[in-house]
Ligand binder design. Structure first.
Ligand code: GLU
Length: 450
């Protein structure tokens, strides 16, 4: 469709060198063809032109002093993308790969993901090209404080509510909240993913991983299948991967892999969750150390990965859970997965499959839960944290987990019913994109030209 083509061409001119952002936009716009063609209101109101342009982009210098006394400088970002459905909501990523393209793709995805949860939250994202790896606690604190010295003026419990993402967990949220409180004097729910000691919600830490497994469960159950006995490949070794593995065990599946920037662990007997938590949550060391406790496992170092993809996807399994990062699953990986008999993919990470890989899954008609639907449990539970903070309540683990399950089920039903409405019942990419878009677009029209 020339309309979509023109939008992308214009974006490439006005926002140059943002490959990941174009990729995210292209995937959504491709799915929207059936509704754009029939809905004149969307065209008349220039909804596409407006939705691809962030409402506000904040980019700032983050100077801080390292342990040697040298001044370091990083780039900080907060992209307030769309507030049609509620305050901007989305995580902060601290990783050396962060740039405007990465934050914009994440912010764009977040708009539709948040809409799909059915909760009143808009879309935003932020972060810095700061590498927390190898930094001391003091360095992390000074970085977080400097980051907030600029960001505090843009955020607030009813305007913009950041949370964690890669490289940002409860420790970083603690330092950022502390500095925000010092500067503003406000003790309010401006961040989610807080410590359980002072305003955090039970299940928030586990929510993205648990939600991504619930999503897989609903995809399978809808077709009369279940997770029981399924061998599952999981990538990553962070928060999302760890709690994906935990929930897979709880629901009777067998997770057989995990990975980090040093390589992949494939453990035929099943990944040992206690060892993994000890390595990553307590000792914070590389995955190859897993072999010390489990010499029967296999470690594939990064240097031995295939040129056209990722070793973790080359192992045999029934299901795949990409829980590491964007574009970690290539077209070649997708072909190997399908050839090895993989029947489903549920994405814990944001945009982990390349566009060509997604095409392979859709053509093979396997179960495919795109990130913006399958990993929405994290941000949904963040909204539950906001609700608890605003009403000064604290819900039990069971209460929050039950709400998370219902939200994931509704996201699945919403995406699959919308896919069926447009004649492609198995295509949850189409279903999730249209369902999320419609809510945001209709709200934008009702709120006028803003
Ligand atoms: N970073 C997570 C995501 O990609 C969570 C965001 C949040 O809780 O606000 O959805």
């Amino acid at each position: 469709m020339t309309y979509i083509h023109n939008t992308i061409t214009k974006l490439k001119k006005t926002s140059p060198a943002q490959a990941e952002f174009y990729q995210a936009v292209e995937e959504v716009l491709d799915s929207l063809q059936p509704i754009l063609e029939t809905n004149e209101q969307y065209q008349l109101n220039s909804i596409i032109e407006r939705i691809v342009e962030p409402e506000r982009q904040i980019m700032f210098r983050v100077p801080w002093v390292d342990d040697q006394g040298k001044v370091q400088v990083n780039k900080g970002y907060r992209i307030e993308f769309n507030s049609a459905l509620g305050p901007y909501k989305g995580g902060l990523r601290f990783h050396p790969s962060v740039n405007a393209s990465i934050i914009k793709f994440l912010g764009f995805e977040q708009i539709f993901k948040n809409a799909l949860t059915g909760l009143p939250i808009g879309g935003g994202k932020g972060g810095a090209n700061f590498d927390p790896k190898g930094k001391s606690d003091g360095e992390i604190m000074r970085f977080c404080q400097s980051f907030i010295n600029e960001l505090y003026r843009h955020i607030g419990p009813t305007t913009d509510v950041p949370a964690g993402d890669i490289g940002v967990g409860a420790r970083e949220i603690g330092y950022m909240f502390g500095q925000y409180k010092r500067l503003t004097g406000n003790y309010d729910g401006v961040f989610t993913g807080k410590s359980l000691l002072w305003g955090g919600s039970l299940v928030r830490k586990e929510a993205t991983g648990y939600g991504c497994v619930y999503f897989a469960q609903y995809m399978l159950e809808d077709k009369g299948d279940s997770l029981v006995g399924k061998r599952c490949l999981v990538s990553g070794a962070g928060n999302v991967a760890i709690y994906t593995i935990e929930k897979l065990y709880q629901l009777g599946a067998i997770p057989v892999s995990c990975s980090d920037s040093s390589g992949t662990i494939y453990h035929e007997a099943g990944v040992n969750l206690d060892t993994l938590k000890d390595l990553k949550e307590v000792r914070k060391v590389r995955l190859n150390e897993y072999l010390t406790a489990h010499p029967d496992a296999k470690f594939i170092p990064i240097a031995e990965y295939p040129e056209d993809g990722n070793a973790v996807w080359r192992q045999p399994a029934d299901l795949a859970f990409p829980c590491a990062t964007q574009n970690e699953l290539s077209e070649a990986d997708a072909k190997v997965l399908v050839a090895n008999g993989c029947i489903g993919v549920s994405e814990g990470a944001n945009m982990p499959s390349t566009q060509d890989a997604v095409e392979v899954f859709l053509a093979a008609k396997i179960h495919y839960g795109p990130g913006k639907a399958a990993n929405a449990g994290g941000v949904a539970t963040s909204q539950l944290e906001m609700a608890q903070n605003a009403s000064m309540q604290r819900w039990s683990f069971e209460e929050v987990d039950e709400k998370l399950k219902v939200i994931m089920k509704n996201i699945y039903l919403n995406a699959s019913e919308t896919a069926a409405e447009f004649g492609e019942p198995h295509n949850l990419v189409l279903g999730a994109n249209i369902a999320g878009f419609r809510k945001v677009a209709d709200a934008m029209i009702e709120q006028g030209v803003v």
